[in-house]
Ligand binder design. Structure first.
Ligand SMILES: [Fe+2]
Ligand SMILES: [Fe+2]
Length: 191
């Protein structure tokens, strides 16, 4: 007789851990951008404040979902916080465009990760699937806000977005010690 959790339970815990950590990073990015921009841009400042509220709520939602599923927060939260702060600070040094490029790239990455989880969660944990789906709606709003305000064909901005996406994926991979890649693979296997 073994008390080992089954494969689905382990996957759910890993999903929660990486999602919670990701929201932790998002909170740090938007906080750093607000500090860096010094609220110089009225409309963007208001939007950043509203978005920060969303990210705080997302982080709480994943944190609250952890205990009943036996999940624990990522031990490398400090990496997410410092990486997010650095990304937010660097992007805000380029002003409004820098903030929007960072938002589009990060939210595209978040969006991709959450979409990969939905079909598995629909079967394994419908309650968590609904939480992810609700959060995904707001992440899409964040993505669309930035995308609609940037010239999508500009080569320089496309390169900047690719760079931020790479930095985000690298941060996720380092802080999960590669589990983000294995999780993607395991979710495909579980589909
Ligand atoms: Fe979020
Ligand atoms: Fe977001």
């Amino acid at each position: 007789m073994t008390n080992q959790p089954d494969e689905a339970t382990r996957l759910i815990r890993r999903i929660l851990r990486v999602n919670h950590a990701g929201e932790h990073g998002a909170v740090s990015i938007y906080q750093a951008q607000l500090r860096g921009l010094n609220k110089a841009d009225g409309e963007l400042g208001a939007w950043l404040n509203e978005t920060l509220d969303h990210e705080l709520r997302h982080r709480t939602a994943f944190q609250d979902a952890m205990p009943q599923r036996g999940a624990k927060p990522c031990r490398a939260l400090v990496i997410w916080k410092s990486g997010g702060s650095l990304l937010g600070w660097l992007s805000s040094a380029f002003g409004r465009v820098g903030v929007l490029v960072c938002t589009q790239a990060v939210e595209e990455t978040v969006h991709r990760h959450l979409l990969e989880q939905i079909s598995f969660l629909d079967r394994a944990d419908p309650e968590l699937a609904d939480i992810v789906r609700d959060i995904l709606k707001e992440e899409v709003d964040h993505l669309v806000y930035a995308r609609d305000r940037l010239p999508q064909r500009s080569l320089v901005l496309r390169m900047a977005r690719a760079l931020v996406s790479l930095a985000t994926e690298t941060l996720i991979a380092i802080s999960t010690r590669g589990d983000s890649f294995r999780l993607r693979h395991d979710l495909k296997d579980a589909a």
